[in-house]
Design a binder for this molecule. Structure first.
Ligand code: UD1
Length: 421
């Protein structure tokens, strides 16, 4: 079993390049099921979730390899065509985002058979919106023994879909299913997350006709075929937010290179309210922690452009050390406070009831043995561990490795005293 060992307090000083976004890479990899010819994905992060997605692609009959490509070390190259349209249970259980293969397989072959997806245990995470939307596109769905069997006997046929909630995964599944289709699909109340824009931009380079990405009304005019292309995945805004939170909590000053600044803007005011100084340049951001961290007061997670649920845990770790009380309201997932008992072990004063958590800032945290209960909770423990006095040992690294290429490499580049043993 590997653990991260952090010797704190460890103020930061250094710079790091932000790696490609997990939540862009996963649906874009799944989208390659739709494509004829070869696709080269640059800046595709080395994450366990990316590897799990690559395994699904290989199982479906695609060649998917990581290799040097032109000026890029470690691009992911995908080629081939789907030889089967069934994904076994053990592959689906690995992560929630495997559900987007449903739309991709339906779009390419008109059939898909897979089981309900797994992922971090942060809530019930139903897929009712995915399934009801696919039904509107002419898909017949049978659910039996935990399996979802889908067929589109007349092909995918465009229609109007209004989502009752702007689900990221459901929006992606509709885009993937309808990119190759007859007619036009309009999604009202579509998710507006930057990763949706990245997926739409990628599909458009492949020949799709998608407009309105980043807005609530997304329009997909069906085309007859899509072709592989070369594409660079956007940088990960949540990884960037994590390192800003680390700097805020531990102190110091850092520079983030290849930072998706435009998409970090909705989070900036929270860090500024905490007293951090942020200077935004074209593709980089300079962060200076304040001498005295202040409470950011109130944080409500919301669909984009609201404050992202994926950064809530890391900012809570920072707020644990801020002067004053911070109220967190988690509106997206019902079980996303799993980091609280672990932060309390490090000395944080946090109480939670339902979707609300109240954090009373303390002067110091002190190192202890803690365990990551999910991906972002793990990142929150790294944030807190850098600020805590003494040794913090973090287990459960299989969660952190789902979304951070090598968190110890990046945090070391930023001057943090961290190692994996
Ligand atoms: C994606 C992200 C995840 C992020 C989340 C919200 C990926 C791989 N994951 O997850 O990191 O935290 O967006 O920004 O991109 N819901 C339903 N029925 C459905 C679908 C969703 O009730 O059919 C509910 C979910 O239970 C949840 C909420 O809607 O409470 C948000 O889910 P959704 O936006 O779909 O998130 P994911 O795509 O799973």
């Amino acid at each position: 079993m590997s653990v991260l060992v952090i010797e704190g307090p460890s103020p930061l000083c250094g710079e790091v390049v932000i790696h490609g976004a997990k939540n862009s890479a996963l649906p874009i990899l799944a989208a390659s099921v739709l494509l004829k010819g070869e696709t080269a994905l640059k800046s595709c992060p080395k994450l366990s979730d990316v590897e799990a997605t690559a395994k699904i692609l290989r199982h479906l009959g695609f060649k998917c390899v990581r290799q040097n490509y032109r000026d890029e070390k470690n691009a992911v190259l995908i080629s081939g065509y789907p030889k089967r349209n069934e994904i076994p249970h053990y592959m689906m259980r690995k992560m929630r985002s495997s559900v987007v293969f449903l739309g991709a397989l339906l779009g390419r072959t008109g059939e898909a058979k897979l089981s309900f997806p797994g992922g971090c245990d942060i809530g019930a995470r139903p897929i009712d919106l995915h399934l009801s939307s696919l039904r509107r596109l002419g898909v017949e769905i049978n659910e039996k023994h935990g399996c979802i069997i889908c067929t589109a006997p007349k092909g995918i046929i465009g229609d109007y879909i209004t989502l009752s909630f702007p689900s990221v995964g459901a929006t992606e599944n509709i885009m993937l299913a309808s990119a190759i289709s007859k007619g036009t699909t309009v999604i009202e109340n579509a998710a507006r997350e930057p990763e949706i824009i990245d997926l739409a931009n990628f599909l458009n380079i492949c020949g799709a006709k998608i407009s309105g990405q980043g807005e609530s009304t997304l329009i997909i005019e069906g085309v007859s075929s899509l072709y592989g292309c070369e594409y660079r995945i956007m940088p990960d805004r949540i990884v960037a937010a994590t390192y800003i939170a680390c700097c805020g909590a531990a102190g110091g000053e850092i520079v983030l290179r290849n930072s998706p600044n435009q998409y970090i803007l909705p989070m900036l005011s929270v860090f500024e309210d905490a007293g951090c100084v942020l200077s935004i340049y074209k593709n980089s951001i300079y962060v200076k922690a304040p001498k005295k961290l202040l409470s950011p007061q109130m944080i409500r997670t919301m669909p984009y452009p609201g404050f992202p649920t994926d950064a809530q845990a890391q900012v809570m770790a920072m707020a644990a050390l801020a002067e004053g009380t911070t109220v967190f309201v988690e509106n997206i997932f019902e079980n996303r406070f799993q980091h609280i008992p672990e932060l309390v072990r490090l000395g944080a004063k946090i109480k939670a009831e339902g979707k609300v958590a109240i954090v009373e800032g303390v002067k110091n945290l002190s190192g202890a043995f803690v365990k990551a209960p999910d991906l972002r909770a793990g990142a929150a423990l790294v944030t807190a561990g850098l600020a805590a006095g003494g040794i913090t040992t973090i287990g459960g690294l299989e969660y952190i490795d789902r979304g951070y290429e090598s968190i110890e490499r990046d945090v070391s580049m930023l001057g943090g005293k961290i190692k994996r043993i």
